[in-house]
Design a protein around this ligand. Structure first.
Ligand code: SF4
Length: 244
């Protein structure tokens, strides 16, 4: 690609970013399942981009997990997703591949999402509360979650999801800032109000709260099949909202 071609492409991407940004909230009044937003359009976050964040995650040494992981897992999916799916932390397979929710739990997550017309390739973005694997799949420590929180906040500011779906206790507790168990948090819609700095664009202060619902982590469903029924009930509530 020549330098001129690259310049043209940059202009087109900028225009596409502006179009998506300006039309996002109006279009969300009637949510659609087949969101064909481009995957990597920079500029919706006041000059920030998912690529920039991913690059910073790769270099990050803000907590002790950096020394223990193989690959960081910034997340993947589409821009301006219908749903932002948030898990706890990368597991061993994610750590080896640098992708969120792979392996058995990842396949189950994909099936759960498909049951409500969601997909990481068309209308979701999937990430975790921390981007590096805690050793032995232990829970992330509070200081690790706090150190990594700015990355998730920046991703959310760019993504501006219509809904947030938390998979499991850690993600729900982190996003809702509570110690309640997943049994009490799941299946109920909460209004998630972003608490990251809103000083990049003047209109950010008016950004609406994002509906958030939590359910069981797919790994929990693989350990205990009796959780599949309540998880399905949670997903049906999300589906009903998506169809409203
Ligand atoms: S978990 Fe987050 S804060 Fe810690 S090293 Fe990885 S990217 Fe940085």
């Amino acid at each position: 690609m020549t330098a001129e071609d690259k310049a043209r492409l940059a202009v087109l991407l900028d225009m596409a970013g502006g179009f998506l940004r300006d039309s996002h909230w109006r279009e969300r009044e009637t949510p659609v399942f087949e969101d064909d937003a481009a995957q990597s359009v920079a500029g919706a976050g006041g000059g920030d981009s998912l690529e920039t964040i991913a690059a910073e995650v790769r270099e990050c040494r803000a907590c002790g997990l950096r020394a223990l992981r193989i690959l960081p897992v910034p997340g993947e999916g589409v821009q301006q997703p219908l749903a932002l799916v948030i898990g706890e932390a990368p597991g061993s397979e994610e750590d080896e591949r640098g992708k969120p929710f792979v392996g058995a739990a990842g396949h189950l997550l994909d099936r759960m999402l498909a049951s409500v017309n969601l997909s990481r390739t068309t209308n979701c973005f999937i990430t975790n509360t921390v981007k590096c694997r805690p050793p032995g799949n232990r829970d992330p420590l509070p200081e690790e979650t706090a150190a990594c929180a700015p990355f998730l906040a920046r991703q959310m500011r760019i993504l501006r999801p219509a809904y947030i779906l938390c998979m499991g206790r850690i993600a729900a507790q982190t996003m809702l800032r509570t110690n309640e168990g997943i049994g009490r948090l799941r299946g109920t819609f909460f209004d998630y109000t972003p608490d990251y700095p809103l000083n990049h664009q003047p209109d950010d202060a008016a950004a609406p709260a994002i509906p958030l619902i939590a359910t069981y982590h797919p790994s929990a469903l693989l350990r205990d099949a009796s959780l599949k029924r309540p998880a399905w009930e949670d997903l049906k509530k999300l589906l009903a909202r998506l169809r409203t």
